[in-house]
Ligand binder design. Structure first.
Ligand code: AMP
Ligand code: TRP
Length: 385
């Protein structure tokens, strides 16, 4: 089966530089953009940057976060992480394991610690490069929680109540869910605004939270003077919403009741083959995408993204071949794509301090920026004497 062009293949020892070089090559091969996009004070629009290090031109700043809540799946990978990896050479990047967000749903200290370590390993195994990106744990930088409280004062109860993620995860049981689930988007806004972020690469489900972040920042800027950069979501047209294998009308989700909903990054080859074989298909037998074929559209999207092909070229390959042949090959595509990541993951799991060292160094760098920003914010708001 065709190998996977998007992921560098097997190596004896984990080597972040090599992985990053592989991703950069892919990124340049796949796009015409050969130099990093820059922002000038003019193109940044009405919101000039507030720190004094800026003079004329700078690289755009990227920030994204992911919750350590287990069952990391190919939807997370294709919708978010893979884009972080392929773009990391172009931007100034910060990637954050948002453990404070994970407290919004019930968890235990052991599970949280285990999930944080395993997500850190996954991020590194997927190709995030500490030389090009600051990778850190949210709770290691206290300023996130502090700014969240301050931003609560410029966020409206009504706009939080309208967030679809709150409605979905709360399941309409407002009385019983944590207040943290309600305030969750304000903490996310704090994550983003602390670092003068320009771009937030995420899946489609996060668009509403980025809009709320912009609204809170605008309100703050209007009340206290321009302080925050207004960030933009970076949502790719394909892969931003990978659907569940057992129900193509809902998104692939970590918290799904059935493991047949998702392919976890840690699933072994036989599990992947079984899940793909069982994946729901549409009526008919043509391997084509379209609004009347949500299941095939999803499977073709996964195939196309993992092999760096357009959906139409995959459709051509399978013209007249039927669902069976397509699914057999799709399973091998996913197995091949995940195998080098899984190999690196096994190496990292055998050496847990590797990720911990990266995260400690990352938090030190993040803290430096965050504390400077918070000093400015406190002063703007009139806090302290
Ligand atoms: P979460 O698992 O909610 O912490 O999400 C981490 C990242 O993965 C976010 O950028 C999400 O938008 C993205 N994501 C989650 N589920 C999917 C999915 N089914 N398809 C595409 N992206 C997703
Ligand atoms: N809410 C995001 C999710 O569920 C995770 C997240 C937290 C995030 N803080 C962020 C994403 C800041 C982007 C930027 O996927």
């Amino acid at each position: 089966m065709a190998g996977n062009a998007s992921i560098p293949h097997g190596r004896a020892a984990y080597n972040a530089r090599t992985i990053a070089r592989g991703s950069r090559q892919l990124c340049l091969k796949g796009s015409k953009r050969l130099s990093a996009p820059v922002v000038t004070e003019r193109t940044a629009g009405a919101v000039p940057r507030m720190d004094s290090t800026v003079s004329g031109e700078r690289r755009q700043r990227v920030f994204s976060g992911i919750q350590p809540s287990g069952n990391f799946h190919i939807g997370n990978y294709l919708g978010a992480i893979r884009n972080w990896v392929t773009q990391q050479a172009l931007y100034e990047n910060m990637f954050c394991i948002v453990d404070l967000h994970a407290l919004s749903l019930p968890t235990t200290p052991d599970a949280l610690r285990r999930n944080t370590q395993s997500l850190a390993n996954i991020l590194l195994a997927s190709g995030l490069d500490p030389q090009q990106s600051i990778i850190f744990i949210q709770s290691d930088v206290r300023e996130h929680a502090e700014l969240c409280w301050l931003l609560n004062s410029v966020t409206q109860f009504g706009e939080l109540r309208r967030m679809t993620q709150f409605k979905d995860k709360g399941g309409g049981q407002d009385e019983g869910v944590s207040a943290a689930l309600f305030v969750y988007p304000v903490l996310q806004a704090a994550d983003i605004l602390l670092y003068d972020t320009d771009l937030v690469p995420v899946g489609e489900d996060q668009k509403q939270h980025i809009e709320l972040t912009r609204d809170a920042a605008s309100r703050f800027n209007a009340r206290y003077g321009t302080t925050f950069v207004l960030p933009k979501p970076d949502i790719k047209p394909e892969g931003a919403r990978i659907m569940a294998l057992d129900d193509p009308t809902v998104k692939m989700s970590k918290s799904a009741a059935s493991p047949n909903n998702y392919i976890a990054l840690s699933d072994d080859a036989d599990t992947i083959r079984r899940k793909v074989r069982r994946a729901v298909t549409d009526s008919g037998s043509d391997v084509t995408a379209g609004p009347d074929k949500p299941a095939l559209t999803n499977l073709l999207t996964i195939f196309g993204l993992f092999t760096s092909q357009s959906i139409s070229s995959v459709e051509e390959q399978y013209a007249g071949k039927g669902y069976g042949a397509f699914k057999t090959d799709l399973a091998e595509v996913v197995v091949d794509a995940l195998s080098p990541i899984q190999q690196r993951l096994a190496e990292l799991e055998a050496n847990p301090t590797a990720a911990r060292d990266v995260l400690t160094a990352g938090a030190d760098r993040a803290r430096e920026q965050a504390s400077a920003k918070m000093a400015h914010v406190r002063e703007r708001m009139g806090l302290g004497l």
